[in-house]
Design a protein around this ligand. Structure first.
Ligand SMILES: [Zn+2]
Length: 198
């Protein structure tokens, strides 16, 4: 899969249909910023948006992911490639994120345990705890930033997908897959579901 190629393809087809980015976005209940992201190759349409998008552009999902119109012979090969690519992309992000989180937790715990149980002078203990905290805080911020950037959140009320501001993201109560956020479209607060695709 080539995001840039898919982006260019979306742009070409949109223009052929005489649609502006905003008009296309409105049809899909998303922002024109999202359409712009797709077209510049900075993100792929979220899986559940692919069908309605393809319907508007008059192509198949397979062609969307390949970034060009396909003839019958190419079709099956490309379909398999594209499905595998999608699954891999989502998994890769999820694993990377969780691995980083686990590494940070383990190393902080290790430092804390050392500080608590290994015999040493008090100033040394304080130094180790301080070191753990100094490294922990930027790591968590970095992790949150990565998590916020790596997908979108879906409003329970209107289905609008959005990337929350960093502040809203940090302050929102959350579980692994959901986060309490205010929707910029309908302005209601709900447990928004995390989606791995933009
Ligand atoms: Zn909403």
């Amino acid at each position: 899969m080539d995001q840039k190629k898919t982006g260019k393809f979306i742009q070409t087809l949109r223009k052929e249909k005489n649609l502006t980015q905003k008009e296309l976005a409105d049809k899909l209940l998303i922002t024109d910023k999202t359409v712009s992201k797709w077209e510049t190759g900075k993100g792929l349409p979220e899986v559940s948006l692919m069908l309605p998008l393809c319907e508007i552009l008059g192509i198949s999902v397979n062609e969307l992911l390949t970034g060009e119109k396909l003839d019958q012979a190419q079709y099956v090969n490309k379909a398999e490639e594209n499905i595998l690519g999608l699954v891999k992309e989502g998994k890769k992000r999820f694993i990377l994120f969780n691995m980083s989180a686990i590494v940070i937790v383990i190393y902080t715990l290790a430092l804390m345990l050392v500080a608590a149980f290994v015999p040493m002078q008090d100033w040394m203990r304080i130094l180790i705890i301080a070191l753990a905290l100094v490294l922990l805080i930027p790591s968590i911020i970095l992790l949150c930033y990565f998590d916020r950037e790596s997908g979108t959140f879906e409003c329970k009320h209107c289905g609008h997908r959005f990337t929350p501001t960093f502040k809203a993201y940090i302050m929102g109560a959350h579980t692994i897959t959901k986060r309490k956020l205010r929707c910029p479209n309908c302005h209601k607060k709900s447990w928004c579901i995390k989606r791995m695709y933009k």
